[in-house]
Write a protein that binds this ligand. Structure first.
Ligand code: 13P
Ligand code: SF4
Length: 392
C-alpha cells in the first residue's frame, strides 16, 4: 500500500489536498509557551475588525473558542458562515470539511482560512469519491440505482457532497438527519426508495431505526474494502438503508458497559450521547442529539441532577465548568479528545490572524468551481429542508 492510500497520513507531514489530511504548516508559528499569545490574538482580531469572522465548533479548545464570534454545531456554523457576506475572511476553527462547506456557502470574494490544514477528520476520510462511485455502479448492476437517494453527513469531503448534489441527494448534519431522511424517502414516489447513507454508519443506523421506524434488518453495511461492498445484489435489493462503513473514532470509543457501570454507581444518572455513538450505546442512553442539543439539554437541566455525556471531551469539560450546580461526568474511562479538532491551537490561530493583518492569506481552503456547484445543490437542499428536527 502506498503512503497515499493510508487512511491518515502522519499528521502535519506530507501533502494530499484531496483528502482531510495533514500538510506541513508553511509558517513560523509563535511558541505555545509565549505568554503574550492571548494578547496577540486579541490585537490581531481587533486590527481586522469586521473584515474577519471567526467560527468555532463546540469541540474546539477553550484557548481557541474564546476568540470565536460564534460557536455552534456543524449545521449552525454552516448557516452562520452563509449569513456573513460582508466578512472578507472567515477563519474556521473546526475541521477541513467544515471549512470547505463554508467556502461553498460564501461568495467567491470571501476567503476561508483553516488555521491548521492538518485539522482533517478521519470519518470524512473513510469515504472517497472513487469508492462511492464504485458502490453507485454496483447499485446500477443490482438494478436499484434509480431507487437510491444518496444522503451524506456534513462530515464528508466536498466531492462526496458534490456526488450527492449530482445524484438527487442531500447533505445532513446530526441535528437534521431525521428530516433529511424523511425528505430522501419522499423523493421516490413509489414507496421503494432506498437511502445510501455516507459516511457514518452509526448516525445513519441510529436515525433510521430510532427515528424513522426502519427495521434493523432493513439496514445493510457497504464495506468499501470488500468486493461488491461485501453484499450480494439480493441483499442490496432487500435493504432500505445502505450504510457506508465509516465511523467517528472519537464517538466510537463510548461503550455500553460503561453506561451500565455508571447507572449502577449513580442512581438517577441521565445518559446523554451524540448520534455518532454506536447503536448499542444509543439504545442504552436516555437522550441523543447533536452537540447543540447536548448543550441545550444541560442548560435546561435541574440543579443537582447527574449527567454522563458521550461526546468530545473539550465540550464535556466546558459544560461541567459552566454548570457547577450539576454533576457532569464523561462517558468514557479514558481521555477522548478529537485529535484533529485539537490541531487548532492558539499558536495556529495567532499565526493565521497575524498573517491576515500583514496582508497574507494563509491556509486558505478552496473548493474547485465544478465541485462547488454540485456540492452547493446538496447543501442548499439541506438548508431548505422543511420542518424542524425531532431533536430540536
Ligand atoms: P455536530 O457538530 O454536527 O454535532 O457534529 C459533531 C462532530 O463530530 C463534528 O465533527
Ligand atoms: Fe471527525 Fe469525529 Fe473528530 Fe468530528 S469528532 S471531526 S467526526 S473524528
Amino acid at each position: 500500500m502506498s503512503l497515499v492510500d493510508l487512511p491518515l497520513l502522519p499528521l502535519g507531514k506530507g501533502r494530499d489536498l484531496d483528502a482531510e489530511r495533514g500538510v506541513e504548516c508553511p509558517g513560523d508559528l509563535p511558541a505555545a509557551s509565549d505568554p503574550g499569545l492571548v494578547e496577540r490574538a486579541r490585537a490581531a482580531k481587533a486590527a481586522l475588525g469586521e473584515r474577519v469572522f471567526v467560527l468555532g465548533h463546540h469541540y474546539q479548545r477553550d484557548e481557541v473558542i474564546q476568540f470565536a464570534d460564534v460557536t455552534g454545531d456543524s449545521f449552525k456554523l454552516a448557516r452562520d458562515a452563509a449569513a456573513r457576506p460582508d466578512a472578507e475572511f472567515i477563519v474556521f476553527c473546526g475541521v477541513h470539511f467544515m471549512a470547505e462547506s463554508a467556502d461553498i456557502l460564501t461568495s467567491p470574494a470571501q476567503q476561508v482560512v483553516l488555521p491548521d490544514l492538518a485539522a482533517g477528520c478521519s470519518m470524512a476520510d473513510m469515504a472517497r469519491l472513487r469508492q462511492v462511485e464504485d458502490a453507485w455502479d454496483a447499485m446500477a448492476d443490482a438494478g436499484i440505482q434509480d431507487s437510491v437517494v444518496p444522503v451524506t453527513y456534513m462530515n464528508s469531503s466536498a466531492d462526496i457532497k458534490a456526488f450527492c448534489g449530482r445524484n438527487g441527494g442531500v447533505v445532513c448534519t446530526s441535528s437534521n438527519a431525521d428530516v433529511a431522511l424523511e425528505w430522501a424517502f419522499a423523493q421516490k414516489g413509489d414507496g421503494d426508495a432506498k437511502v445510501l447513507f455516507l459516511p457514518d454508519q452509526h448516525l445513519g443506523r441510529n436515525t433510521a431505526v430510532l427515528q424513522m421506524g426502519i427495521d434493523l434488518d432493513e439496514c445493510v453495511v457497504w464495506d468499501p474494502r470488500q468486493p461488491g461492498g461485501g453484499l450480494t445484489p439480493e441483499e442490496l435489493r432487500r435493504a432500505r438503508m445502505i450504510l457506508w462503513k465509516g465511523h467517528c473514532s472519537v464517538h466510537g470509543r463510548f461503550s455500553a458497559d460503561v453506561v451500565d457501570e455508571l447507572r449502577a454507581q449513580h442512581l438517577g444518572i441521565h445518559i446523554l450521547v451524540h448520534p455518532e455513538c454506536t447503536h448499542e450505546v444509543v439504545l442504552k442512553a436516555d437522550l441523543v442529539g447533536s452537540t447543540e442539543f447536548i448543550i441545550k439539554t444541560i442548560e435546561a437541566a435541574e440543579p443537582g441532577t447527574t449527567w454522563a455525556i458521550g461526546t468530545e471531551l473539550n465540550l464535556v469539560k466546558r459544560l461541567a465548568d459552566a454548570h457547577p450546580d450539576k454533576n457532569i461526568v464523561f462517558l468514557d474511562r479514558n481521555v477522548c479528545y478529537c485529535s484533529t479538532m485539537n490541531r487548532i491551537d492558539l499558536p495556529h490561530l495567532v499565526w493565521a490572524l497575524e498573517s491576515l493583518v500583514a496582508g497574507t492569506v494563509v491556509n486558505q481552503v478552496t473548493v474547485d468551481p465544478e465541485t462547488e456547484a454540485d456540492a452547493l445543490v446538496a447543501l442548499q437542499r439541506m438548508l431548505d429542508l422543511p420542518g424542524k428536527s425531532h431533536r430540536d
